[in-house]
Design a protein around this ligand. Structure first.
Ligand SMILES: NC(=O)c1ccc[n+]([C@@H]2O[C@H](COP(=O)([O-])OP(=O)(O)OC[C@H]3O[C@@H](n4cnc5c(N)ncnc54)[C@H](O)[C@@H]3O)[C@@H](O)[C@H]2O)c1
Length: 363
């Protein structure tokens, strides 16, 4: 039996109490030894609920402890970099929440700190382990669809703004709105399924339609205030032109006069796939389209069932800390996604596409 992995959790908000701590405590050989939140009462409440020995208000106190091998970071996005870098410099492995950071420079500094420390930097791209996403990746990577010429990901929330004036709606803390919060997930899913192909250009159309008028409030986040600052976006369309000529389009909203919707499509020169639970139903939400002997066919493959796929990234992270596995998503991959999101924002501001050289993207 290998030595226990002792983990400190930075942040005691919604994703920690619903996700991080239950996921970690379900892994054999893992001990959650400390939790930290600037709202100390919140950290103490979580410590009591989950039987965590130590609670702190300052993350420096947590990362200074010798009885912590690794941390998870679930604080406002702008704080991901300082917390992760401080922990890596103290020799801790880090699983950071998405998005990796709020600037490419911060993301680069995180990846460099992990390399220097020789420690794991993982990012919680929690949608990757979903069974339908894994199946699509396997099919795309096995060449079932041929060369992909078109990929599409759409995630519409009708009322999904996580609290006006909470950190989520403040650019200085969140780095952006729907684009940074859920655009990051949809872009990561589609781009991961494609295998992170080189991108030659990015175009972003980014708007704030409902947020500035305090419409479209949703039900997430620990600090929900009214009448606060909303200086981020709530709607984004991001287009990538791949170096091989393929097109990727991502559309996300935090608020829109439309039904909630999630759809992922891939079309290649041999076949196509459409994941669309609203159209095909939750039991068989995926369809494959191809032509067999000149006859168009539509197939509904069985998607394997998986229990709480969301938690899988934590198991892989622990394996990576033990040196027996790889993270579901690496910090370097999180940085690649951040570069694309950053380009989308710059494109939207400039009103023109941003050209990428493959070296700039992968360096
Ligand atoms: N992967 C996913 O599926 C997923 C889902 C939700 C949120 N997230 C990410 O998790 C992070 C946290 O989101 P959340 O929904 O839990 O937000 P939240 O607002 O519910 O919680 C954030 C917590 O961080 C605390 N905090 C602020 N500054 C701090 C500091 N310096 N040190 C310690 N604690 C501090 C706040 O007091 C709050 O309790 C964000 O980066 C978000 O994007 C990821």
């Amino acid at each position: 039996m290998s030595a226990p992995i002792r983990i400190g959790v930075v942040g005691a908000g919604a994703v920690v109490v619903h996700g991080h701590v239950p996921s970690l405590q379900a892994i054999p050989g893992v001990q959650v030894t400390a939790i930290c939140d600037t709202n100390l009462a919140r950290a103490q409440e979580a410590a009591t609920k989950f039987n965590i020995p130590h609670a702190f208000a300052d993350y420096h106190d947590l990362i200074a402890r010798d009885d912590i091998d690794a941390i998870t970071v679930a604080v406002p996005n702008a704080l991901h970099a300082p917390v992760a870098i401080a922990a890596l410099n103290m020799g801790k492995h880090v699983l950071c929440e998405k998005p990796l950071a709020t600037s490419v420079a911060d993301g680069e500094a995180m990846v460099a700190a992990a390399e220097k420390a020789g420690k794991v930097l993982a990012i919680n791209m929690s949608n990757r382990p979903r069974p339908e996403v894994v199946l699509l990746r396997e099919m795309v990577q096995a060449g079932r669809f041929g060369t992909i010429t078109y990929a599409y990901g759409r995630l519409l929330r009708r009322h999904g703004i996580p609290g006006y004036g909470s950190w989520f709606t403040r650019k200085e803390l969140a780095g952006g709105g729907a684009t940074m919060d859920i655009g990051v997930h949809m872009l990561d899913m589609v781009y991961w399924i494609l295998g992170f192909p080189p991108v030659s250009a990015v175009r972003g159309e980014i708007q704030a339609v409902h947020g500035p008028h305090e419409r479209g409030l949703g039900g997430w986040g620990a600090d929900r205030v009214t009448g606060g600052v909303f200086d981020v976006d709530d709607l984004a369309a991001i287009h990538l032109r791949l170096a091989n000529g393929g097109l990727v389009t991502i559309e996300v909203t935090w608020a829109i006069h439309a039904r909630n919707e999630e759809r992922i499509q891939f079309a290649g020169d041999r076949a196509g796939a459409d994941y669309f639970p609203d159209l095909y139903g939750k039991d068989q939400p995926l369809r494959i389209f191809r032509v067999d002997d000149g006859v168009p066919v539509e197939i509904a493959p069985e998607v394997p069932k998986k229990e709480w796929a969301w938690a899988e990234g934590f198991r892989h992270f622990v394996d990576a800390c033990r040196g027996t596995g790889q993270p579901v998503a690496t910090g370097a991959e999180g940085l690649s996604i951040l570069r694309l999101l950053d380009a989308a924002y710059r494109s939207a501001a400039a009103g023109s596409e941003i050209r990428f050289s493959s070296e700039a993207q992968n360096s």
